[in-house]
Ligand binder design. Structure first.
Ligand SMILES: O=C(O)C(=O)C[C@H](O)[C@H](O)COP(=O)(O)O
Length: 213
C-alpha cells in the first residue's frame, strides 16, 4: 500500500526506461521534435529542466503533442515551482536536492516527486517522510558507483537514479548496480545537436545507448 495519492508511483517512472534524458530547451520550437527524436530512439521518459524561460511551455506542449512520452520536470527547487510544473502537465517531478517543506508538499499532491540526494543523511530524511526512490546527484562528484555500492548496505530497498557527470563510458557501470534502476544524463540529447536540430543524431544516440545494455 502506498502512503500517497500520486497518479503514478516512482517505480513506474524508474522501470519505464533505463536512461532518462535531461533536456535543456532554449527554443520552444525544439520541444516537440526533440521529444519525438528521443521516443523514436526508444526512450520515453523525459525530464525537462526548469532552467530556461520556455521550460514550462515545453512541458505543456510535449504533454499534449507527444502522449507516448512520460514527461517530467527537473530542477524544481521550491513548492511554487512544483505547483507550476504540475499545472503545466508534468507527470513526475525531479529535484536536484530536497527540503523538508518540498518533500511534504509533494506528498500532499498527485504527482510523484523523485528528490535529489547526495548523502545517506539526506536519504534518511526522505525515508522518514515515506520516500523510497531518489535521484543521486551530482552522481560522479558525490562518489559515483562506489558511493552507491556503499549505500546499498544500510539502505536496503532504496532505489536510485544517478545523474550528473554520467557519460557513454560510465552509464553501464551504474546500471549494473543492484540499487539503480535508471540513470539520468544530458549526453543523450547534447546541446549542439539540439541547436543544429540534428534530431536523427539524437535518435541514433538513444538507439546506440540502449543496444549497449
Ligand atoms: O537541473 C537539474 O535539475 C539537475 O539536477 C542537473 C542535471 O540533472 C544535470 O546537470 C545533468 O547532468 P549531466 O548529464 O552531467 O549534464
Amino acid at each position: 500500500m502506498s502512503d500517497n495519492n500520486w497518479s503514478l508511483q516512482p517505480q513506474d517512472v524508474f522501470k519505464r526506461s533505463p536512461i532518462v534524458p535531461v533536456m535543456v530547451i532554449n527554443k520552444i520550437e525544439h520541444a516537440v521534435p526533440l521529444a519525438k527524436a528521443l521516443v523514436a530512439g526508444g526512450i520515453s521518459v523525459l525530464e525537462v529542466t526548469l532552467r530556461t524561460p520556455c521550460a514550462l511551455e515545453a512541458i505543456a506542449k510535449i504533454a499534449k503533442e507527444v502522449p507516448e512520452a512520460l514527461i517530467g520536470a527537473g530542477t524544481i527547487l521550491n513548492e511554487a515551482q512544483l505547483q507550476q510544473a504540475v499545472a503545466a502537465g508534468s507527470q513526475f517531478i525531479i529535484t536536484p536536492g530536497a527540503t523538508v517543506d518540498l518533500l511534504k508538499a509533494a506528498k500532499k499532491g498527485n504527482v510523484p516527486l523523485i528528490p535529489g540526494v547526495a548523502s545517506i543523511s539526506e536519504v534518511m530524511v526522505g525515508m522518514e517522510l515515506g520516500y523510497t526512490h531518489f535521484k543521486f546527484f551530482p552522481a560522479e562528484a558525490s562518489g559515483g558507483v562506489n558511493a552507491l555500492k556503499s549505500f546499498s548496505g544500510p539502505l536496503a530497498n532504496i532505489r536510485f537514479c544517478p545523474t550528473g557527470g554520467i557519460s557513454p563510458a560510465t552509464y553501464k557501470d551504474y546500471l549494473a548496480l543492484d540499487n539503480v534502476d535508471c540513470i539520468g544524463g544530458s549526453w543523450i540529447a547534447p546541446s549542439d545537436a539540439v541547436d543544429s536540430e540534428d534530431w536523427a543524431r539524437i535518435t541514433q544516440l538513444c538507439k546506440d545507448a540502449l543496444s549497449g545494455l
